[in-house]
Design a binder for this molecule. Structure first.
Ligand code: PEP
Length: 272
């Protein structure tokens, strides 16, 4: 079933073998009960054959994190759980924020940072993202750091410069990651719009991201890093992206909200 392990499977896990990531970002969707229900269904439906060959990550709202990590723990599932954001200070007078240590306390192993919705709607800067990234790494939580260009930049054919600049600014002061890091390339114009980047464009940007990581941290760190594509990924198109040489998985919004669709995405990576 998994004999088609082509170059799209070259993703490093922390033991040195690169495996793909399929991550679901549930954004501001679902009540606590709905989140637990969908998580339970994913845990029930997911084939255990994927256990060592993919990182499967679901990212519910903060309010549902404990419920979802309980589902995963109770079933001893290999499905992993991530938060959608964090704050870099451990504690203090920061009303409304949720710290990295609070996320860790809930047994979340991952955290999305720098999503374009946070950057565009909530004024998050690349400097903020860099603080979050450093804090996550210091607590041994894997960041999924998002970068991506707006439509005007894409239309001007300035994507590579924009994304590389945004990436470097979002990693300013972050110590070199010998074991790799996860960067999600998400063109803003493709998020939730039904428009997707062409695989060729996504591959070009992913290669540039890896090149920038090489410049920052050296070849080994760049090779160990995983680059995801995000933007209207569906079960029917997921493999177009994951079969690109420098794309090591996907970050998915809409198509991750239902268990069946999320499972089909995972299958789509392996069964093309
Ligand atoms: C996202 O929210 O990161 C995303 C890629 O959304 P969608 O898959 O719905 O475009």
């Amino acid at each position: 079933m998994f004999s088609k392990k082509t170059s799209n499977m070259i993703s490093f896990d922390y033991s040195g073998k690169r495996i793909p990531i399929i991550a679901g970002n549930w954004k501001l969707h679902k009540t606590y009960a709905e989140s637990v229900q969908v998580a339970q269904r994913i845990v029930d439906l997911i084939d255990r054959e994927y256990k060592d060959i993919a990182d499967i990550v679901i990212c519910p709202s903060f309010t549902a994190l404990r419920g979802v990590t309980n589902v995963v723990a109770f079933d001893h599932s290999f499905v992993q759980v991530g938060a959608q954001d964090c704050y870099w200070e451990d504690e203090g007078a920061f009303t409304g924020e949720v710290s990295v240590s609070q996320i860790k306390d809930l047994e979340c192993g991952w955290c999305i940072i720098g999503h374009s919705e946070r950057r565009e709607l909530f004024g998050e800067t690349s400097a903020d993202v860099a603080h979050k990234c450093a804090a996550l790494l210091a607590h041994d939580i894997k960041p999924m750091l998002c970068v991506g260009e707006p439509l005007a930049v894409y239309e001007e054919d300035k994507t590579i410069e924009f994304v590389v600049d945004e990436l470097k600014a979002s990693l300013e002061g972050v110590p070199a990651q010998a074991k790799g890091i996860v960067i999600a390339y998400e063109p803003i114009w493709a998020i939730g719009t039904g428009l997707t980047s062409s695989p060729e464009h996504a591959q070009k940007v992913a290669a540039a991201i890896r090149g920038a990581l090489k410049e920052l941290w050296g070849e080994a760190a760049a090779d160990a890093s995983r680059v995801l594509y995000g933007g209207s990924v569906r079960p029917g198109n997921v493999n177009l992206f994951t079969s690109c040489e420098d794309i090591d998985g996907v970050l998915v919004g809409g198509a991750s909200l239902e268990a069946e669709s999320f499972i089909d995405l995972v299958k789509g990576v392996f069964n093309a």
